[in-house]
Design a protein around this ligand. Structure first.
Ligand SMILES: C[S@@+](CC[C@H](N)C(=O)[O-])C[C@H]1O[C@@H](n2cnc3c(N)ncnc32)[C@H](O)[C@@H]1O
Length: 314
């Protein structure tokens, strides 16, 4: 067996021992920081705005993680309703409120977008990280940051389960296609989520049902091994049995689907790809190191470490 696999397999075996998994549950990383959320949101917003010269009215975020900060940035930009859809509730009300107040400060001061010196891992990369005042004009911000509106959002953050909330809706776990009204959303986005989604077919189907026609999807996807093996694309060498052990009983780790699968899913579910920005890394695996399931991965997939995909529902 490849030496690199031994440690992750032993760790996975330990996590399969009853009771161990619950001791090591931790957060997801990124959205516990307001500047991260602000930086991610503006990358999705800029992509949206390159297609439409207006703001989305309604949006959904898949997999918000440790806080709702990316979507709260959407609300602070003037989006009027956002649906948060996850499978585990990592966020809590206190952190959401704290992140919200920090975001209000960033928006009010028109802070520049934190760049890739501060957050090297966030994609897509931008050419210009200055505050996008041509998108969020003073007029738009006067309305979106009015004290009355901010107080209404704060009120909803303190009462997240109120069915009458109009800015913020959430569903955890979501799996039913009907958690969001069909043909109702302008925009769906996610950051570092689609590589974790086990039910990709169902999820692309749901997203195509929720979006209005001409609505946009904006997804940043990370195809790397997420610590499951030191080599960045070594997860494609595990057999199904080895992978089951490495997952350590988690319902999701990464789905191991490559870039081409997302292109296929977009086309199959009625989306036209407007932008596809892969980030390439050298593939050092030979064909015979790949597990049977992934033997036929193309060189293109084997060397795509992340991709940003913007697509439109046709
Ligand atoms: C790496 S975290 C990313 C969190 C956040 N988007 C960020 O940028 O920090 C992955 C997130 O995807 C969520 N996730 C996994 N499977 C999902 C699914 N089927 N639908 C929605 N979210 C899912 C996880 O629960 C987690 O919140």
């Amino acid at each position: 067996m490849n030496q690199e696999k031994i440690k992750p397999i032993i760790k996975g075996m330990i996590k399969h021992i009853p009771g161990v998994k619950s001791l090591i549950r931790k957060g997801t990383g990124g959205t516990s920081e307001s500047r991260y959320c602000y930086s991610v949101w503006f990358r999705h917003l800029k992509s949206w705005h390159a297609v439409y010269d207006k703001l989305p009215e309604s949006a959904a975020e898949l997999g918000p993680g440790d806080s709702l900060g990316i979507g709260l940035s959407a609300l602070l930009s003037g989006v009027n309703q956002i649906h948060f859809l996850d499978v585990v509730k990592y966020w809590d009300g206190k952190r959401n409120l704290q992140i919200f107040e920090e975001l209000v400060t960033l928006f009010k001061s028109r802070a520049d977008i934190p760049d890739n010196n501060e957050y090297p891992e966030i994609t897509p990369f931008l050419e210009d990280y200055s505050f996008p005042s041509s998108i969020l004009t003073d007029d738009i911000l006067e309305n979106s940051l009015s004290e009355t509106r901010l107080n209404l959002i704060r009120k909803e953050l303190l009462d997240m389960d109120n069915p009458n909330n109009s800015f913020i809706k959430y569903q955890i776990p979501w799996f039913d296609l009907h958690v969001v009204k069909h043909n109702s959303l302008d925009f769906i986005y996610s950051q570092a989520v689609l590589e974790h989604v086990e039910e990709l077919e169902n999820t692309y189907d749901a997203m195509s049902k929720w979006l209005k026609s001409d609505g946009l999807m904006s997804h940043s996807i990370d195809f790397r091994s997420h610590g499951s093996i030191p080599t960045w694309n070594g997860h494609w060498t595990y057999s199904d049995m080895e992978w089951h052990i490495v997952k350590g009983g988690k319902s999701f780790l990464i789905n191991r689907q490559p870039h081409s699968k997302h292109v296929e899913m977009n086309l199959k579910h009625g989306f036209k790809i407007i932008e596809d920005k892969p980030v390439k890394l050298e593939n050092k695996l030979s064909k015979n190191q790949l597990s049977k399931k992934f033997k036929n991965l193309s060189e293109d997939d084997l060397s795509t470490s992340t991709a940003y995909i913007l697509s439109k529902k046709m």
